[in-house]
Write a protein that binds this ligand. Structure first.
Ligand SMILES: [Zn+2]
Ligand SMILES: [Zn+2]
Length: 317
């Protein structure tokens, strides 16, 4: 098997691109696919300061590395979810990556700010752990973006993540989510613009990239990320993909070509949705007098107090 670009020995086969690459050409392929996604969806400008959400997994650490190799100004942001060994290991990988590459990093601890872990939040709100985690991430990302002066928030979602999300949203015709099923979400007043520069690259390609670039990352999945449906959608799409290479890409990008026609009201609606005030407790931008994060925090405190674990804090810090 020879590299399609230089005819040297290939190490990676990419059936969806009808290609195989040697390590050097694969590296250029990943950089150019990322640069193309950024350009096609007008994700970033050279003046942007990018806050990169890094979990400690392969996609987000690779994204951080790629964006700095593409000469973007970046700051890493890590939220320590306080889930035992998994979180300690994730945080360790993020911190050593930052110091190895001499890149600025902001770390927030959920346990310190909420006085509980994601597990406590799930218990107190009686909702799946992932919903509390998503809420906390949105809250801290936006806060960190405002504090660091970052203009854009970038996450490591890849083609598999985005295609399986689209698949699920279509199966249930979740119009509201379908309108937002895109790799570039505009900024709402005060809330940062969000982009997904790895949208053209698959899970497998990102794992190969992290391996070739020798990026250590946490292999374990989050113990709560057993979203069975999402895993099923990925599995189904991979079956279709192996029978018909290129389908995953065609499915997602065919949709993205049509999205502005399908949801032409998006920008106006976003304008109406813009949060108008500040949270009375934490001072962050909020739609309601007390933001959803602070309300969640209260629920956790009450729940823990009920269990006799900790005294209820009088006011939020
Ligand atoms: Zn080559
Ligand atoms: Zn608040």
């Amino acid at each position: 098997m020879k590299c399609r670009a230089c005819a040297q020995k290939a190490v990676i086969r990419l059936p969806s691109h009808n290609s195989a690459f040697c390590p050097g050409c694969f590296d250029r392929f990943v950089l150019s696919q990322t640069a193309r996604a950024i350009e096609d969806h007008r994700m970033l400008t050279p003046e942007d300061h990018v806050l990169v959400a890094v979990s400690g997994g392969k996609d987000s650490l690779a994204l951080w590395e790629i964006l700095s190799r593409l000469n973007y100004r970046t700051t890493g942001f890590h939220l320590d979810l306080g889930i035992g060994e998994y979180s300690a290991e994730s945080r360790g990988h993020v911190e050593s990556f930052a110091s190895r590459h001499n890149l600025p990093l902001v770390v927030e601890s959920l346990r310190e700010s909420v006085n509980g872990s994601v597990t406590d939040i799930a218990h107190a709100t009686r909702r799946p752990a992932c919903s509390g985690c998503g809420l906390a991430k949105r809250y801290f990302f936006n806060r960190a973006a405002l504090a660091t002066g970052a203009t854009v928030l970038a996450t490591g979602h890849n083609l598999d993540d985005e295609a399986s999300r689209l698949f699920g949203n279509l199966l249930h015709w979740h119009d509201e989510y379908l309108a937002k099923n895109r790799p570039d979400l505009p900024s709402l007043s005060g809330l940062s613009k969000k982009v997904k520069p790895l949208v053209r690259l698959t899970e497998k390609e990102m794992a190969s990239y992290a391996f070739l670039r020798k990026i250590p990352y946490v292999l374990k999945e989050c113990p709560h990320s057993t979203d069975a449906k999402q895993l099923l959608y990925k599995k189904l799409l991979n079956e279709v993909e192996s029978a018909s290479p290129g389908t995953k890409h065609a499915f997602l990008f065919g949709y993205l070509e049509r999205i502005d026609r399908l949801f032409p009201m998006r920008l106006e609606e976003d304008h109406e949705e813009s949060p108008s005030g500040r949270c009375e407790q934490c001072g962050e931008i909020s739609w309601t007098p007390v933001c959803s994060f602070c309300r969640m925090k209260e629920k956790v405190a009450k729940d823990l107090e009920k269990d006799g674990l900790i005294p209820l804090p009088k006011t939020a810090p």
